[in-house]
Design a protein around this ligand. Sequence first.
Ligand code: HEM
Length: 432
Amino acid sequence: MRTIPPEHYLALSRLDGFLGTSEGVYDTSTLAAHDFDVDNRTGFMPPQSPVGRLEAYWEPWELILDDAIAKSLQLGDKPGITPAEMSQSESWRWHVRELPVLSISGLIKSETDLRRAHLMLAWIMHFYLPPVLTYSDTVLYNWTLKTQSHEPTPALDNLHSLTLFTGTKDEQEFYLTSARMELRGVEALELMRSTMDEAFIGDDLAMRRIASILVRLATVIDDLKALFTTVREGCNPTTFYTNIRPWFRGADSDPATRKWEFAGLDTDPSFTYPPELSGPSAGQSSLIHALDMFLGVDEFSHAAGLTGGVGPKKSPFLVRMQLYMPRHHRNFLNHLAANPRPLREIVIGAGDATLLSAYNAAVGALKRFRDCHMAIVTAYIIQPARRAAAMNVAGDGAEVDAEAPLKGTGGTELVKFLKTVRDRTATAIICT
Ligand code: HEM
């Protein structure tokens, strides 16, 4: 088993400290606060194209990542990998081990540079030995504009991914489908904010306004679903399952249940074996968490005890996935969870048929979104896995127990987990 060079792992985990783990103190008086790094034009996506390259000092990181991409490195357990491909990967890994240890002190003044550094180190380490990549490294901070534009919100067809493992259009479309959904989700965030403003006023007019906001929210969620289905246009399910998805394998979704080794854990007392090593699941999208929480559906869809994983130590899936989010976005969700006027309670307490039906429409749209998610997961994972099992070959070439339940990138027993989440979403509908 190969090991990750300690100095680069150390640098990445320090960046995590700056980007991901510290909570800080925030103004929680408004949902629109830029403290949460949620922009009113681009939502959880940054308002400007992410930094595409760091200054010259960090060029060794940029170059080694360019090199991995140019060489089209292959996963070591790819079926039919050639000796030339294996030696190419080993030679690249040797260069990683020889990289100079670069200081990150010049980065910590700029959050956008930190994101680029995180993205680079995460991709380098993931090329070296998965899994360390997150949804923010593959989607939120991994885009640029195809054509320069001064529009405040990028046009959905004007996006291009910065970094890919396979260089395929399919991989790019896989990331950009989520990116487009994040941008369409901006209106949902705005509608949530308006609802909270109206809830504060709380009179009859406010209730009527909330009802019409919820009708609009249902339309936005249906649009998210429609955007989701477009993944089928650009990302071929077999290419996804065979060539792309193996790169996302987290420690808890490895079909061969191998253990990852990290060199140099004993070189720094603050270092411990990472307790969490999931791959970059779109389950880390703050947008879907926010919709669930705002509607009060999470209490049903992800009710206590639904870990999706195995073993007693697993926390609920949503809680675990929040650990992988940029910390401002996690704070945003915490703020939403602490809303003193929860929407669902307002709807139940108001006894207003129009409001109730609008709320149910929004919950119904979320259920339809999850039906669509299930259909896509069936086409992109379940069916190719069945075909691979029928041929007695694992889709990613690793030795697997053919009877074992399929694992999601976030480590869940995916079929059971996703069906439960979807079915429980429907139970959040309030009966009249
Ligand atoms: C081809 C595309 C996709 C596939 C194959 C896929 C697959 C999966 C799988 C297997 C899970 C189970 C959890 C785990 O990772 O272990 C999951 C969960 C989840 N995924 Fe996806 N996903 C896709 C796209 C998306 C997109 C675009 C979004 C939203 C931006 C999304 C949002 C979620 C959420 C929120 C969960 C948690 C379960 C829930 O709350 O419904 N997924 N996904």
